[in-house]
Design a protein around this ligand. Structure first.
Ligand code: UGA
Length: 474
């Protein structure tokens, strides 16, 4: 099928490359010429493991082209994805300016030569499917070259569930595909587009093998509004699940339990499930915060006070700054102390710093008069570019954050940090205080390496009784 994808951010680039890999003819469009030049040269505009390899393979299995001109792609398209950014406004509402301009430009370029489905893949507030339809119609009217009735198009909502860092895995082997539409013809086109994903009859790329545990991929068809609600509810639930684990962690600390043991114990219940129960310094990134706020805002518009969503944001905000409290408990005074931070990106395998807890923690420490040393395997140059005034010291290697430090805090659980020589790190420090913000280290191993170790929700005092001596020994 002929596919156009508007927007070459995370979602657009990965969607375009995956659809081309499945055999479709795809053109990805962006208004930024520099980005398009890079993409044409095979260079991904984002750090995402496997994406450049997939882009190269996609060109051999389907077609993958890049353009700055949407008007040349629209007339021959069967499906047009809108995958532009919808960043939050200060009010918490999503900024729809890019979406509106994309929908209008699609309308004004339509020729009426074939039926086309305009698919919303951007995360947009409930009701945007109808907005897209209205804007496409406005575009048709503005271009004024054909009567509106001569142009046949359908609108669909097809939310994405990919995670940064594992975007290709999530896209090629999804748990489900959700399509919201109001017309049978739109469903038919979308079913045909995704047939290879449902059938899973494509060869797996060598760098992203098909998971042995992959279940049959369900294609769920819904109304437009339900599809939009599914996207928000999924992210809100995942954020809530993490927040719940964090709240349990805080109670574990007080009663002397270990949250890792507790979440393992509850996660084995299939009704709960073990994923997204890792307690730590809370969630960040461009999605959870924005989507929970946007859903809260929608609920408010309808006169509903969504208390659970509100609490979820509050718990996460508090959780982030918990490491400062833990540092104060260990060091008392933070002024003049040197604190090393391991990790800047909001999660491993990405250089994305949007709503990254590391930045908020670094800023708070600096404000309190501490000196901050940081290291991240990938995100340091991006951090320097985005925050030229952040007065932290960038280190060349993970161990260097410990040089002269009073404490080290693990912020992002990069695999590299799991293999760190903890004894070597402790030796470089003035005080061997380790705050493990992601419970990545074994407490016993950290203590054996000479650290005063504190995790999140992990009782450091073992309260198990010694085994009573057998009677016949007395
Ligand atoms: C999230 C969703 O997981 C995707 O399904 C969705 O498509 C995407 O948002 C989106 O809406 O675009 P993403 O933000 O890329 O994906 O990353 P996640 O892996 O979900 O992690 C989000 C945050 O939660 C990270 O800061 C991570 O460190 C934190 N997290 C995750 C925890 O603190 N504990 C966990 O158990 C899991």
């Amino acid at each position: 099928m002929n596919v156009t994808v508007i927007g070459t951010g995370y979602v657009g680039t990965v969607t375009g490359a995956c659809l081309a890999y499945l055999g479709h003819r795809v053109t990805c469009v962006d208004t930024n010429p520099a980005k398009i030049e890079k993409l044409r040269a095979g260079i991904s505009p984002i750090f995402e493991p496997g994406l450049e390899e997939l882009m190269a393979l996609a060109k051999t299995r389907g077609e993958l082209e890049f353009s700055t001109d949407v008007s040349t792609c629209v007339p021959s398209s069967d499906v047009i994805f809108i995958a532009v950014g919808t960043p939050p406004l200060p009010s918490g509402e999503a900024n729809l300016a890019f979406l509106e301009s994309a929908a209008r430009s699609i309308g004004s370029a339509m020729h009426g030569s074939r039926y086309v489905v305009v698919v919303n893949k951007s995360t947009v507030p409930v009701g945007c499917g109808n907005l897209v339809e209205a804007l496409v119609r406005e575009g048709i009217r503005e271009a004024n070259h054909l009567s509106e009735s001569a142009i046949r198009f359908g609108v669909a909502s097809n939310p994405e569930f990919l995670r940064e860092g594992s975007a290709i895995l999530d896209s090629l082997y999804p748990d489900r595909i959700v399509i919201g539409a109001e017309e049978e013809h739109a469903f038919k086109v979308m079913r045909e587009l995704y047939r290879p994903l449902v059938a899973q009859d494509f060869p797996a790329p060598s760098f992203c093998p098909r998971p042995e545990t992959l279940q049959p991929v369900s294609l769920v068809t819904t109304t437009l509004t339900s599809a939009e609600m599914i996207k928000y509810s999924a992210n809100a639930f995942l954020a809530l699940k993490i927040g719940f684990a964090n709240e349990i962690a805080n109670i574990c600390e007080r009663v002397g339990a270990d949250v890792v043991e507790v979440t393992t114990g509850i996660g084995l219940d299939k009704r709960i499930g073990s994923r997204f129960l890792n307690a730590g310094i809370g969630w960040g990134g461009s999605c959870f915060g924005k989507d929970v706020l946007s859903l809260l805002h929608t609920a408010n518009e309808y006169g509903y006070h969504a208390r659970i969503l509100e609490a979820s944001i509050a718990v996460n905000q508090m959780q982030r700054l918990l490491v400062i409290q833990k540092l104060q408990e260990k060091l008392f005074i933070l002024k003049g102390r040197t604190i090393g931070l391991l990790g800047l990106a909001f999660k491993p395998d990405t250089d994305d710093l949007r709503d990254a807890p590391a930045l908020q923690i670094a800023e708070r420490l600096l404000k309190m008069g501490a000196r901050v040393r940081v290291y991240d395997p990938i995100a340091m140059s991006e951090c320097k570019r985005q925050n030229p005034d952040l007065r932290v010291t960038y280190c060349d290697a993970a161990l260097c954050v410990g040089d002269g430090a009073d404490a080290v805090v693990l912020i992002t659980e990069w695999a590299e940090f799991g293999n760190l020589d903890l004894s070597a790190l402790a030796e470089r420090m003035i005080r061997p205080v380790l705050i493990d913000g992601r419970n990545q280290f074994q407490p016993a191993a950290a203590v054996a390496a000479g650290f005063d170790y504190t995790g999140i929700g992990r009782s450091t005092v073992r309260t198990r009784k010694r085994t009573a001596s057998p009677l016949n020994e007395s």
